[in-house]
Write a protein that binds this ligand. Structure first.
Ligand code: ASP
Length: 439
């Protein structure tokens, strides 16, 4: 059994948190490859090390004094080293960082030092080998990941070590230039390592006990999802539910390695298993609910629209030409509606409308703004009759007017459109009927 374990910033924000992480790793021999993030927030208005590094480098780049911020960063690491009673010093590392900041090594280099230094501490603390991600995570010249080479390099390096720490979030080009993933990218490093070492499991440790059925800001004490498929997770993530960096899914998914989301502060909780497929019966008919506010519906009407060849294409071209992405497109016989993001659309609405008028010559175009989309996702919906019936009667009882319904042909999700102001109430109504009523 071989596990790759990734710990997020809040799991490594202080010596106390490090100690919890150490206990988790030592409790299971198979936790052999460790991917740490940089220290995150210790309390809600604390600053993450990564953000401090960006700020610090910003000063350096402008030629302003940055020593104060850099020494604040150093203090955070020193506190951790002292708290763990480790015999090590980062003096030389900070000298190098200072020199490289003065030489304008770039903001990606700057940000990557958060994980680099934390990785060094972690390796020392655990007695594991330290493998600098710059030597094993390879980026192309355009800053995209070189997946093949990365897999090869990781395999070669890591098979040499029984146990190792590989810092998350960054790698380097062949010439040594450091490159980072986008924010939250340590999740991707963990996934790449898991694939390369052919891990049985990729454990992703964070500060919540797994993915929740609904946003906890709307549903207090929302239930945890025990098992979710990659496809379901993608649907929910797209609609705003975030537990993992979205690019972290692909490497392990292809290799058939499950991800287990766990809570460093409650290691006894089983968390959420993310799998390719499962025959486990879901706890509830629905797996999760997620949604976003801020859409506009562009309603287009034309008599005999359905028999006019090329009508839809002409309408859609108007959006494409103005670089506006389309979210959903329900249609009737003589009507079609295009859902777009309000903030993207607002600047260009007049151009789009003019082009639709010109090219497609509809009878009318009406805009309805301030709409929200909610995705109700669940592999269990396919085999359960009456899901849509229950869903819409729950919304009707809550006096919510449904503006749009779109069920994917896979029966994995139902998307509904409501007014922005009904968003939270709609989610509560759906949660109550499918989850609370079943507890
Ligand atoms: N430290 C980086 C960030 O704050 C990457 C990560 O934590 O995954 O985004």
């Amino acid at each position: 059994m071989k596990k790759v374990v990734k710990f997020g910033g809040s799991s490594l924000a202080s010596a106390e948190q490090f100690a919890k992480v150490g206990a988790i790793i030592n409790a299971d021999e198979s936790r052999r490859y460790v991917v740490p993030s940089a220290p995150g927030k210790r309390f809600s208005d604390d600053t993450k090390i990564t953000d401090m590094l960006y700020q610090c480098y910003d000063l350096a780049e402008k030629g302003q004094a940055f020593n104060k911020v850099l020494s604040k960063i150093k203090d955070r690491y020193t506190e951790i080293i002292k708290g763990l009673k480790l015999d090590m010093s980062l003096d030389d590392d900070f000298e190098t960082i200072k020199k490289n900041f003065l030489a304008k090594a770039g903001s990606m280099y700057a940000a990557s030092r958060g994980e680099y230094l934390n990785g060094k501490i972690m390796a020392k603390y655990l007695g594991y080998e330290f493998v600098d991600a710059a030597n094993v995570i390879r980026f192309n010249k355009d800053c995209t990941l070189d997946t093949e080479t990365t897999n090869q390099l990781l395999k070669e390096r890591l098979t040499a070590y029984e146990k190792a720490v590989i810092p998350g979030f960054y790698g380097a080009m062949a010439n040594g230039t450091v490159v980072t993933f986008s924010r939250g990218g340590s999740d991707i490093t963990g996934s790449l390592v898991a694939k390369a070492v052919k891990a049985n499991l990729y454990e992703n440790w964070t500060d919540v006990s797994g993915c929740l059925v609904a946003d906890p800001r709307i549903i207090k004490d929302a239930e945890v999802i025990h098992t979710i498929t990659y496809t379901e997770l993608r649907e929910l993530a797209y609609m705003g539910a975030s537990v993992l960096h979205e690019d972290a899914i692909f490497p392990v998914r292809k290799a058939g390695i499950p991800i287990n989301i766990r809570n460093t502060n409650a290691p006894e909780d089983e968390g959420t298993m993310i799998v390719s497929d499962t025959c486990r019966v879901p706890r509830f008919t629905i797996t999760g609910i997620a949604g976003k506010k801020g859409f506009v519906a562009v309603n287009i009407e034309k008599d005999m629209m359905n028999s006019e060849i090329g009508f839809c294409r002409k309408v859609l071209t108007a959006f494409e030409d103005n670089n506006i992405s389309i979210e959903h497109m329900p249609s009737g016989i003589d009507t079609m509606t295009v859902f777009v993001h309000q903030d993207e659309f607002v600047e260009k609405e007049q151009q789009v409308i003019a082009q639709i008028q010109e090219d497609a010559n509809p009878d009318s175009i009406e805009l309805e703004s301030d709409l929200a989309l909610i995705a109700v996702v669940g592999r269990g919906m396919k085999s359960t009759r009456g899901t849509a019936g229950r869903l819409f009667s729950a919304l009707a009882h809550a006096h919510i007017n449904v503006k749009m319904i779109d069920q994917g042909s896979s029966e994995l999700n139902i998307i509904i459109g409501v007014r922005n102001e009904d968003f939270a109430d709609a989610i509560r109504a759906i949660y109550n009927i499918f989850v609370v009523a079943r507890l």
